[in-house]
Design a protein around this ligand. Structure first.
Ligand code: IMP
Ligand code: MG
Length: 178
């Protein structure tokens, strides 16, 4: 797998430190609230589990699965819900947990979709943010790293369902997907 990478962008230590810092902030901000982490499958799984271990107040977890990509590296712009939440969120404090924000289309859609269920609050935590690629405006309260416009894999992020198990984040060589 490593031979398919151009370089390692974020190593395990960097990711771990950042996730710890985000967990601390969330712990502080959500004291006394009804925090529900909503992970966006499948890319957010590693980030979600590490983040949750760094949150020191009671919190629940739920998941959604959406699709906007297929096996391509560009968003199709059309979002489909593949799996919805298991529990109602009315009156809860929702934190959507995403691996990476690219065009922003997936998150924009999810935010509107979940706001209609009247949560008490709704915010976004993303590990990676590619602002250069943004096509719609999104407010991100908790962000790990701003990253350049390359296709990234590892720590949950995939290309055609592969590379998710790499413990670090790397830039995929263009020849792998072009
Ligand atoms: P958006 O709707 O364009 O913001 O796409 C967001 C989703 O696309 C993320 O949740 C990822 O699943 C996927 N994605 C965007 N950029 C990358 C990347 O560089 N590597 C792997 N997946 C990505
Ligand atoms: Mg995703």
């Amino acid at each position: 797998m490593i031979k398919d990478l151009k370089e390692i962008l974020l190593d395990e230590k960097k990711i771990k430190e950042k996730v710890k810092e985000l967990g601390k902030r969330i712990t502080r901000d959500y004291e006394g609230k009804e925090l529900v982490l909503v992970g966006v499958l499948k890319g957010s799984v590693m980030f979600m589990s590490d983040l949750m271990k760094n949150i020191e107040i009671p919190c629940c977890m739920d998941f959604m699965a959406v699709s906007s990509y297929g096996a391509a590296t560009e968003s199709s712009g059309i979002v489909r819900i593949l799996k919805d939440l298991d529990y109602p969120i009315e009156g809860k404090d929702i934190l959507i947990v995403e691996d990476i924000i690219d065009s922003g289309i997936t998150l924009k859609y999810l935010l509107e979709y979940l706001k209609a269920r009247k949560p008490s609050s709704i915010e976004v935590a993303c590990l990676l943010n590619k602002p250069e690629r943004r096509r719609v405006e999104i407010e991100v309260k908790y962000q790990g790293f701003e990253v350049p416009d390359h296709f990234l894999v590892g720590y949950g992020l995939d290309y055609a369902e592969r590379y998710r198990n790499l413990p670090f984040i790397g830039i995929l060589k263009e020849e792998v997907y072009k």
